[in-house]
Design a protein around this ligand. Sequence first.
Ligand code: FE
Ligand code: CA
Length: 532
Amino acid sequence: MDEAKSAGGLTLPRRRLLLGAGAGLVAAPFVLRSSLAFALGKADPFTLGVASGDPAPDGFVLWTRLAPDPLAPDGSGGLAGAIPVDWEIAEDEAMARVVSRGTAQADDRFAHSVHVEAGGLKPGRPYWYRFTALGARSPVGRAMTAPAPGAPLDRLRFCFASCSNWEVGYFSAYRHMAEEQPDLVLFLGDYIYEYSHGAGQDVVRRHDRPGEIKDLAGYRNRYALHRTDPDLQALHAAAPCLMTWDDHEVQNDYANRWSEDMDVPPADFLVRRAAAYRAFYEHMPLRRRSLPNGPDMRVYDRLRFGDLVEFSLLDGRQYRTIQPCAAPHSRKGHVADPACAERTDPSRTMLGFEQERWLHDGFKASTARWNVIAQDLLITSYAQKDPKTGMVGHWTDGWDGYPATRTRMLNAVAESKVSNPVFLGGDIHSFWTTDLKADFDQQDSATVATEFVGTSITSDGPSYDLFVQTLPLNPHVKFFDSRQRGYVGVEVTPGRMETRFQAISDRRDPHATVSTLKRWVVETGKPGAVPA
Ligand code: FE
Ligand code: CA
């Protein structure tokens, strides 16, 4: 996407949004927007910013949600009835050369969100967009189209992120991602957390609604709260995104139709899942094919960027078998006893057999130079200690709870000879670089793919001291650090992939700085990262 670079990036909207970041938190978007509505004394409907997603060669999805009262307790955003929302797409950031425009309807059904599937655009270049509704104008966002299928692409720059717990820190990592002006941003889960900290717990800011959210109004409120954050607004305005989810978009450690609480019947849990998935759809730049149908919603997807990169975006939660060897009365992840035979049962699945087949077929069909599998969890096998008993075993809620799916997936990688497979993940609130092995029990086994996991934007990391004790048992793990918060920056060229582990100075500081903790290189044709 070199053309994008030469086009100069995002100056006007970025300046506005970043000024907002410096000027204070929730109030900034209201103060800085010199909209007509504001002049008329009406509340600004664009309090949640704008976003774009799912770039294709001819277009992308544009998103906004009208919410003059973003945290209204009923989740309505302070609006009722159908409201027309005009959108326009321009070739320049000043919005002078408009190339496409239209009108979408926002209504109560989807909380006055709009999802515009723009088409008919030129491949491989940036565009700028904005919305107008209720006499007000939104900030300008920057989107990109993907290059034409198979077209030569010299470079793709993207960032990936996971685990942004509102209460324990400010979103400085998101601000620094926005400042990189990447071509694409991947959100790999735990974009929100459904629970809240208790009154006595040490937090930097509180959720608007205390306690655990369980209904549609609650999930809407939680997403809206996050989107009032100027750093997150700046990131969504700066680049298109791909989205998947992990557990906290619904409930900690849920699996398919099973709550972590064994006393909740699956039928009841599916009512909650339907509310959570619907609110996710309403707040993300997703295509119509992701429209929720009750408790079901498709998020796994595949995107291509010219001849250079193919992304397979996975859903690790919706279709999985129940976790193995649950320890009543909770299905919460735990270190399973090595005697747990259920864990390795090949009839169990992490992705669901349909998604597994779709993924393996994709490996066979791909012609891209780099094949990135973006998903929610740590992939590698990791023998770890139970913090209470000291027993060494494997964690049940992640890929280690579903090793048969992992073996099938890595076998499919090896058999298909898919070019340069790289797996990305989150969830574990720590940085990891690993060699994904054909057989994790044989250390001379071939490395079939490379893995990078990013730390949390803000969420608490796991115990560093506990995890380093078991590193010697896991020689395929090349790097682990749980002591920083941040994100990962990636630059892909035909010959190599360069990865930066980016750490922020202090999650409690709304103006935290960023530095590079570690750099990695993957050379084409050689699975496994090496320090840069
Ligand atoms: Fe998390
Ligand atoms: Ca998680």
